[in-house]
Design a protein around this ligand. Structure first.
Ligand code: 0O2
Length: 231
């Protein structure tokens, strides 16, 4: 049975082997390229944040953090999505690398995303707007799946020619401080879904997602009023 959905697992799904994941994620050369992709993305977001802050004369990005997905989390996702139990299956996970960008205001989230999309050395593969269309639990965030170059010298940005690709996928999550605050609690609840009382906490949390969306809207409105104040 599938842990998450309670449905029957296809044959392939049952065979997902944690060792295959550990081998790939532990491989020194591969790991180095993952770190490089994260550094590249963090650095670029830092530059975008500085440019926008200089232009607007205020802080735009509050925090950039990153993570390499844990073996356990990759394993669960591969089972959930019925990915093949090999390297190709692991590489299908869009969020092996995650860079979270927390902005102060909602319009900043979209402006940072637009700046990132305009970068000539980055490929945008997919965009998921959970702010305009929140998930059923209330989760809000803008997800961009991008590819960044990790090759060096003449290999930079090459597609691989049958060898390892010189690009790595990174999931950039953009959200406001308030949305981030909410998602921290929600993430904790994910691991306690089976406990009595979890369902009603989930419902309460969903109500707060609405409160948070309103708060973000009101804070943006206030910021605009302050910007338009004349002496
Ligand atoms: P962890 O611990 O960060 O590894 P995809 O095939 O990847 O395009 P999928 O599987 O729906 O589609 O991925 P999605 O929606 O992009 O989610 C990937 C990550 O986004 C999650 O990673 C979370 O970090 C975050 N996320 C997505 N939905 C939720 C949610 O409802 N609540 C919270 N708190 N975070 C969410 P992991 O694997 O959950 O966790």
């Amino acid at each position: 049975m599938n842990e998450e959905s309670g449905t029957q697992c296809p044959e392939e799904e049952k065979n997902v082997d944690k060792n295959v994941i550990e081998d790939l994620m532990g491989d020194y050369i591969y790991k180095k390229s993952l770190r490089k992709a994260i550094e590249f993305t963090e650095e670029r977001l830092g530059e975008i944040g500085m440019c926008l802050a200089a232009e607007k004369k205020r802080k735009v990005i509050n925090q950039v953090t990153s993570r390499i997905k844990s073996t356990d989390s990759i394993y669960k996702k591969m089972r959930r999505k019925s990915y093949s139990a090999d390297r190709a299956g692991i590489l299908k996970c869009n969020d092996l690398l995650g860079v979270r960008t927390v902005c102060l205001f909602m319009d900043d989230v979209y402006e940072v995303a637009e700046c990132l999309k305009k970068q000539k050395d980055i490929r945008v593969l997919k965009e998921k707007d959970y702010i305009k269309k929140p998930k059923s639990n209330g989760y809000m965030s803008l997800h961009l799946i991008i590819e960044v170059p990790v090759g060096t010298g003449k290999n930079a940005g090459k597609d691989g020619d049958g060898k390892e690709s010189q690009w790595r996928k990174v999931e950039v999550q953009l959200r406001t401080v308030a949305m981030d605050f909410w998602s921290v609690l929600d993430h904790q609840l994910v691991y306690k879904k089976e406990f009595p009382g979890a369902e009603s906490i989930g419902e309460e949390l969903k109500d707060y997602a609405v409160t948070i969306a309103e708060l973000d809207k009101n804070m943006l409105g206030l910021r605009e009023k302050i910007e338009h104040l004349n002496v």
